[in-house]
Design a binder for this molecule. Structure first.
Ligand code: GLU
Length: 467
């Protein structure tokens, strides 16, 4: 027996942005396909002409692109496959697994109400084919739900059995000849050779309905994995109230695509305690059975932690590029060089680009610095400027401007004058950073560079900080 190549697909409806729930589903599909040496396909389910927009399709593509979830082959647009959907409906009619239903909307309403009252699913009076069909009247094509039970084995939800009595005879083709979701998805998945359907668990019951359609068509039923929802930190269904929902919101909050992938992986999948995954590790380890069956909760602290670990292992030049994009500001060469020089320190102290921006703020300031309020307090002390003017020539004399040499000068200064570091360190830091977060003083001076450091100190000496 030859085993079919694994094919997964992500099948969003283009009615909004790429939600993180959808992104996580796409990631799982992607990882599973890659692990199995298979293909990850993308299908845009744009049959709902009123709700689908090109902007939403673009937003989904942008989100996937940012997240690095590159699909294999051409994008499939469901709306272009209508002829295949109609053909399948016809074939179900031919097999007597579907029928033409001529009920008017009013009739349907009362039949449905009656079925509800009697406690069973809707069945149309046209299902048994013993009524003469009216020529020229509009009709829908309905699936004839078979008797018995429908069973599926879901990689996440386990074994599920439905009594078919509970399934309505659903519409496959509407009166205007357009296919419904339930038919289109089966036909497209079959034609795209999809072997594993991984999607949100809001579609679980559809797996039952779709299994019946596959079986009626005589097609192989794919394997299923229905992934639970993502909840907000408060345990409630994720909604606007929780803020970020679109993948691009997370980009704008300053997360790395690699950090986001790792976070989304761990948000709903685990096989052991390992938390940090490179893409390679994730592809090697991923299994559908490792997807958790309980809803996951968004946890920004965990996300920061995971993203911080990815920042540490990302190349400095790449980080500079991403940080510059994040800041949306033109960066002059000197500042870019300073940032690059400080990147080893910045990336170990930051959890995301927002954090990094604040940690890098002292490097990005332009002279003369505005030092006011509390930040200027150390510079108001009577001996502050005495220390700054004494240190200035010592700094000028350093020929090899690096953190160690600077540290030696500072230590000698403290020793010679028999004073603690704080006495001169505080005004020095204030003059160099204007009160922004900063690392060790010798590093601050080293990262700023000799000219900029000396310039900032000279500025401070010429400024009056009196209130
Ligand atoms: N288009 C459906 C949705 O966005 C998904 C269909 C499926 O995955 O089968 O919810």
């Amino acid at each position: 027996m030859t085993t079919a190549k694994v094919v997964t697909r992500f099948a969003p409806s283009p009615t909004g942005y790429l939600h993180i729930g959808g992104a996580r589903t796409a990631l799982f599909c992607f990882l599973f396909a890659k692990k199995m040496g298979g293909e990850f396909k993308l299908r845009i389910e744009d049959t709902d002409r009123e709700r689908s927009t090109p902007e939403a399709t673009q937003a989904i593509l942008d989100g996937m692109d940012w997240l690095g979830l590159h699909h294999d082959g051409e994008i499939v647009y469901q709306s272009r496959n209508m002829a295949d959907h109609v053909k399948a409906a016809q074939s179900l009619l031919d097999k007597n697994a579907a029928y033409r239903c001529y009920c008017s909307p009013e009739e349907l309403e009362s039949l449905r109400a009656k079925a509800r009252e009697d406690g069973h699913a809707f069945r149309s009076p046209w299902r048994d084919g013993n009524k003469a069909e009216p020529a020229g009247e509009p009709f829908t094509i309905r699936f004839k739900v078979p008797n018995g039970e429908t069973k599926i084995r879901d990689h996440v939800q386990g074994d599920i059995t439905w009594d078919n009595k509970n399934f309505d005879d659903l519409v496959l083709l509407r009166a205007d000849g357009t296919p419904t979701y339930m038919l289109a998805v089966v036909v497209d998945d079959h034609n795209m050779d999809v072997t594993h359907v991984v999607r949100g668990d809001d579609h679980l019951i559809n797996a039952g309905r779709q299994t019946q359609i596959y079986q009626a068509l005589g097609w192989d039923v794919p394997e299923w994995a229905h992934v639970p929802l993502i909840h907000g930190p408060d345990g409630k269904k994720l909604s606007k109230r929780h803020g970020a929902q679109a993948v691009t919101d997370f980009r704008d909050m300053g997360y790395l695509p690699a950090g986001m992938r790792n976070y989304l992986l761990k948000l709903g999948w685990s096989i052991d305690d390992q938390e940090i995954y490179t893409d390679k590790d994730a592809q090697a380890a991923f299994t559908l059975d490792g997807i958790n069956s309980a809803p996951a909760r968004l946890d920004f602290d965990k996300m920061d932690h995971i993203n911080g670990e990815h920042l540490k292992t990302t190349d400095n030049a790449e980080l500079l590029k991403s940080l510059t994009t994040f800041l949306v500001q033109d960066m002059d060469d000197e500042k870019a060089q300073n940032l690059l020089g400080a990147m080893d320190s910045l990336k170990t102290r930051s959890k995301n680009f927002k954090d990094m921006t604040s940690n890098a703020a002292y490097l990005l300031l332009s002279r003369p610095l505005e030092i006011t309020g509390k930040s200027a307090k150390p510079l108001r002390k009577p001996e502050a400027k005495i220390h700054l003017s004494a240190l200035l020539p010592l700094f000028e004399d350093i020929s090899d401007w690096d953190s160690d040499n600077i540290q030696n000068v500072l230590a000698n200064y403290a020793e010679t004058n028999e004073i603690g570091f704080g006495k001169f360190g505080q005004p020095l830091r204030a003059a160099l950073t204007a009160g922004n977060p900063s690392p060790d003083l010798s590093d601050v001076l080293a990262y700023l560079g000799k000219d900029e450091s000396i310039g900032r100190l000279q500025d401070a000496l010429q400024t009056s900080y009196n209130e």
